[in-house]
Ligand binder design. Structure first.
Ligand SMILES: Nc1ncnc2c1ncn2[C@@H]1O[C@H](COP(=O)(O)OP(=O)(O)OP(=O)(O)O)[C@@H](O)[C@H]1O
Ligand SMILES: [Mg+2]
Length: 320
């Protein structure tokens, strides 16, 4: 848990559409300045969660607060947040600066103040060369960055972005992630983003919440979530075919390993630490040492890295 103030809190947050429960009893907190990644397969409830927290939808039951404001004061919440919705529409004929000015004025800024704000935001999202371009002429990546700028016109305490990197090429994704990191660092804002791209989360998020079928599967820091599956690390070991039996006997002496034999000559072992014999990495090392001590040369040994992707797939594909 972070020691900072709570920026976002949900308690038993539930949304039903008819008989279908899109979001079921979500309970979580996010600290000020955190970047929370909302992960989950299609239909998991990410967009519904964001729409609830941004007061676009009202919950069926449960409660939440954003930037210290309870959910029963939606207007007050909207003043303190910025939102990049899942599919935002843009007036193609407006220039990027006109668009940002317009939204800044909606929040009560005078014309000169709105223009200043627009110029500042265009720099912040790397569009300062495009201030007089019509929105219709922008690339998708540029439009996405304009949407992020728009979400910042009221200097929000919490920014919600629904799939901000969707459809962007790797360079475009990187630009957006860098901008988000800067928003968090320079403004001290809290960010909630949803994504399918696990590397987005690994690169910028301080915390992660994995949803599936409207329920929280797990939440915590990225390393906590990754560690949750790290007790089951897997290694692939290849030995000379004529020594495969001896290698197998050596592996069998190591407690806490599951051994699968594959390969044309049963010379490829997939070994998985099953969590019983201490830290996973140490167990795989012990397996390697046992084989070497049996005088079996190791032709290759490859450990599958414990990554967020593994945690995510393991949690969301079981029983699906
Ligand atoms: N307005 C609505 N009316 C009825 N059902 C809805 C509505 N909005 C969402 N749902 C349902 O709620 C569930 C969660 O949808 P949601 O859009 O929140 O998922 P998601 O995690 O954002 O998915 P994706 O990754 O595809 O964007 C889905 O089963 C969806 O069909
Ligand atoms: Mg969605």
């Amino acid at each position: 848990m972070s020691m900072t103030a709570v920026a976002l809190e949900a308690q038993g947050l539930t949304k039903r559409f008819g008989a279908h429960t899109a979001v079921h009893e979500l309970t979580f907190t996010v600290g000020q300045g955190d970047i929370l990644g909302l992960l989950g397969p299609n239909g998991a409830g990410k967009t519904t969660t964001i729409r609830l927290l941004t007061t676009m939808l009202s919950p069926t039951s449960g409660d939440f607060s954003v930037a210290g404001v309870r959910s029963n004061r939606p207007t007050e919440i909207r003043r303190r947040i910025g939102v990049l919705p899942e599919s935002a529409g843009y007036p193609g004929q407006q220039t990027t600066k006109e668009y940002l000015c317009f939204h800044a004025r909606l929040f009560g800024l005078s014309r000169p103040a709105a223009e200043q704000m627009a110029d500042r935001l265009l720099i912040e999202v790397n569009l300062d060369q495009r201030g007089s371009s019509r929105i219709a002429t922008l690339s998708r990546g540029m439009r996405q960055r304009l949407g992020i700028a728009r979400a910042l016109v009221n200097d929000p305490a919490v920014v919600f972005l629904d799939e901000p990197t969707l459809g962007l090429d790797p360079a475009g994704q990187r630009k957006v992630l860098t901008i988000l990191r800067d928003i968090s660092l320079r403004r001290g804002a809290t960010i909630v983003l949803s994504t399918h791209t696990l590397t987005d989360v690994e690169e910028v998020c301080s915390r992660v919440l994995i949803l599936d079928k409207g329920r929280v599967l797990t939440s915590g820091t990225v390393s906590e979530v990754t560690r949750a599956v790290a007790h089951r690390r897997t290694g692939h070991l290849r030995v000379p075919a004529e020594l495969a039996v001896r290698a197998h006997q050596a592996l069998a002496t190591v407690d806490g390993l599951t051994i699968d034999v594959t390969g044309d000559s049963s010379d490829l072992f997939t070994i998985t630490s099953n969590g019983a014999g201490g830290p996973a990495g140490a167990l795989l090392n012990a397996a390697l040492i046992a084989v070497l001590h049996a005088d079996v040369p190791v032709l290759s040994f490859e450990v599958e890295g414990a990554r967020l992707t593994d945690a995510f797939l393991e949690m969301t594909t079981t029983g699906a």
